[in-house]
Design a protein around this ligand. Structure first.
Ligand SMILES: [Zn+2]
Length: 198
């Protein structure tokens, strides 16, 4: 334990996901000891990010405007929607440059253990987007783990009644893993090899 404000800094850093006590201590001492490091820049970004960033009204991706840059881009293929759990997955898929359609961010996955049901996800909004028949294919790119598979199975059932092709990313993605950690080549191939499920 350190005194006062130093410990406060370590505690606060340690509350962030993926930062253990040792990392929190290392970051805190870097901030304290590195004269060239300007902590006001981090402080400024942290205070403005909450005000500035919101979620796209169409797809749920992070955005600084009402709609995100992908939804606003007329060159994107409006007939394809790739369904992902998180905005982080959008970034991972964009890196592959394999997909030129639109996205739909669910905001999580179905998980009875964590009390997340279909109603907590942006599924109703997805159905609304299919109303005008512009969309021809839905690509389910939820994570290849238990929750992601359950969510994909649920969506496949829901989409059966709609006039739309439903495909799932090909296997080859590490089972039990997280889409955002898949390397670009594997993720790109998973797109090419997607299979119809409904
Ligand atoms: Zn959007």
């Amino acid at each position: 334990m350190y005194e006062g404000v130093v410990q406060d800094l370590i505690d606060e850093l340690g509350r962030l996901p993926g930062v253990g006590p040792k990392s929190a201590q290392r970051i805190a001492f870097y901030i304290l000891q590195t004269e060239s490091y300007d902590p006001t820049r981090l402080a400024d970004v942290l205070t403005t990010v909450r005000d500035k960033v919101r979620f796209c009204e169409i797809c749920g991706n992070v955005s600084e405007q009402e709609t995100c840059s992908i939804c606003r881009d007329p060159r994107r293929d409006q007939s394809l929607i790739c369904v992902v759990e998180d905005a982080k997955d959008v970034v991972a898929i964009e890196r592959t440059r394999e997909f030129r359609g639109l996205y739909h961010v669910l905001g999580g996955a179905i998980s009875p253990i964590q009390g997340v049901g279909p109603d907590q996800l942006r599924i109703r909004q997805l159905m609304t987007r299919l109303a005008d028949a512009t969309v021809r294919e839905i690509i389910l790119a939820t994570n290849p783990n238990v929750e992601g598979e359950a969510t994909a199975a649920y969506l496949t059932r829901m989409l059966q009644a709609m006039e739309v092709r439903v495909s799932r990313l090909a296997s080859g993605l590490p089972v039990g893993g997280d889409l955002e950690y898949a390397d670009e080549v594997t993720l790109g191939r998973a797109f090419e090899g997607r299979r119809l499920v409904g």
